[in-house]
Design a protein. Structure first.
Ligand code: AMP
Length: 457
């Protein structure tokens, strides 16, 4: 069973995950051995297979660990010890195939186990024309690590259909990625919005340098601002916005306009593409409020709950908790959203990121999307700060594009026509950069911590 480890976590957290999952064998690039050595003594890893990247001339078989705990084995040499024809063991479709841990920023990460059945059905659906539409004609480049929900399944679907696969390795800066897309004629790529924000800025700086012909960009993991979709499309990219989670393998929904939606204006089309889309086949979706099911009217918010053949029904080795799963078998996603009559989901917030002001909910995503529509704004995150009268009030944290300048008043003026007055942030602060989580999303918990003092408890 394959368990991909999140190497961007703190060594203590990785050790916790290794132990919680009862991992026995480690396959690791040699460049990561120093990280492994920092937590090795806390684990019961039995054998370590090293893939030599940096010292091809020196066999890892001979390499000893820094503290002398034990020997490493060379991965290629290990493979060569295989004799005869490989016979796969008898596997039942419900048997576990792999697992990933959630990248939660609060509390311990939780393990999600994927069965063979779940992964196969998920992979088949991903390939469908109205999902990711991946075929053997494609060259795919996931800009998402395998530990983040199996690289969003892209290596699996690419293998199934026989697409060419190109991996970016450690070079994730916009220029290297764009060079790779052009050199390898990549037709499908996917990643979190922060990756594409950087790509859009690089394209805007040198519009001629990277001819991208209709490359399809899957964007997920966090909401994609409509303006980012527009900018990327100007440079020949087709944006496909998808929603999902580690617990949903990860595909939950994809935003594709329906056949009869032909008379949408450009603005309407971008707004539609910026929704999280319609549930993938076999994924059941509902919105739940305290008083029961919410209607699909595009305005009533509720918690998004899902179930289906590749949706987790429990966490690995944790007691069943009604915080995460309902008694009738639905996954509580912790996301708040609306669904319209056409079935398009619009996530307004993560429950813990919602801003609760005077009994009303303020959607941080709506404000962020609008702020990132301002020409001087590179990135924006909106968080709640404590307030004695309203309980919480919004604060906008903004990164200004290089060579631009803008004042808080100008930004508030930009927002004002689109929101009720009480929705507008009380403060706008400018920062050099917004901290990222281990999967590249804005780390709002760190911002809340940093700017708590600006509130009035
Ligand atoms: P993770 O399991 O780390 O990928 O986190 C899953 C969470 O990311 C979801 O519950 C959402 O809060 C968020 N998320 C994923 N995709 C989107 C999206 N397209 N729009 C908004 N939020 C998203």
């Amino acid at each position: 069973m394959l368990h991909t480890l999140n190497l961007r976590l703190a060594p203590d957290d990785i050790a916790y995950i290794v132990n919680h999952a009862a991992d026995r064998f480690l396959i690791v690039d040699d460049v990561l051995l120093p990280l492994f050595e920092r937590f090795r003594h806390q684990t019961k890893i039995e054998r370590v297979f090293v893939v030599p990247l940096t010292r091809a001339d020196r066999s890892a078989e001979q390499a000893h660990s820094a503290d002398g705990v034990g020997d490493y084995e060379d991965y290629e040499a290990f493979l060569r010890t295989a004799e005869g024809r490989f016979r796969p063991p008898e596997i039942r479709e419900e048997d576990p195939a792999g697992m990933c841990y959630t990248s939660g920023t609060t509390g311990r990460p939780k393990g999600v186990v994927y069965s063979h059945r779940a992964l196969v059905i998920h992979t088949l659906v991903q390939a469908m024309p109205d999902a990711l539409n991946i075929s053997h004609r494609d060259t795919t480049t996931p800009v998402v690590p395998m530990f983040h929900a199996n690289g969003w399944g892209i290596p699996y679907v690419s293998t199934l259909v026989g697409a060419k696969q190109v991996f970016p390795g450690p070079h994730l800066d916009p220029e290297s990625l764009l060079d790779l897309f052009v050199e390898e004629r990549v037709t499908f790529t996917a990643g979190v919005p922060t990756i594409w924000l950087g790509i859009a800025q690089a394209l805007a700086r040198s519009p001629e340098r990277w001819p991208l012909h209709n490359i399809r960009m899957g964007v997920g993991g966090a909401a994609v601002p409509p303006d980012l979709i527009r900018t990327l499309e100007q440079f020949g990219c087709q944006v496909m916005h998808a929603w999902g989670m580690t617990e949903t393998s990860p595909l939950g929904s994809v935003s594709v306009p329906k056949r009869y939606m032909t008379d949408l204006s450009d603005g309407e089309l971008h707004r539609l593409k910026a929704t999280q889309g319609v549930a993938a086949p076999f994924v059941e979706m509902r919105l739940m409020r305290e008083e029961g099911l919410a209607p699909w009217d595009g305005v009533t918010m509720g918690e998004v709950q899902v179930r289906g053949p590749w949706i987790a029904g429990a966490y690995h080795n944790l007691p069943a908790s009604s915080d995460h799963f309902t008694s009738d078998g639905w996954l509580r996603t912790g996301d708040i959203g609306t669904i319209d009559e056409e079935g398009y989901l619009r996530i307004t917030d993560r429950m813990k990121d919602l801003i609760k002001s005077g009994g009303e909910w303020i959607s941080s995503i709506d404000l962020e999307n609008a702020l990132m529509g301002h020409p001087a704004v590179a990135e924006a995150a909106v968080i709640a700060i404590p307030d004695p009268k309203w309980q919480e009030r919004p604060l906008a944290v903004v990164v200004v594009k290089p060579g631009h300048s803008v004042t808080p008043e100008e930004l508030l003026g930009h927002l004002a026509p689109h929101f009720p007055k009480w929705y507008l942030p009380d403060h706008v602060v400018f920062v050099e950069e917004i901290p990222r989580t281990s999967t590249g999303k804005f780390m709002k918990s760190a911002l809340r911590e940093r700017f708590r003092g600006m509130g009035r408890p």
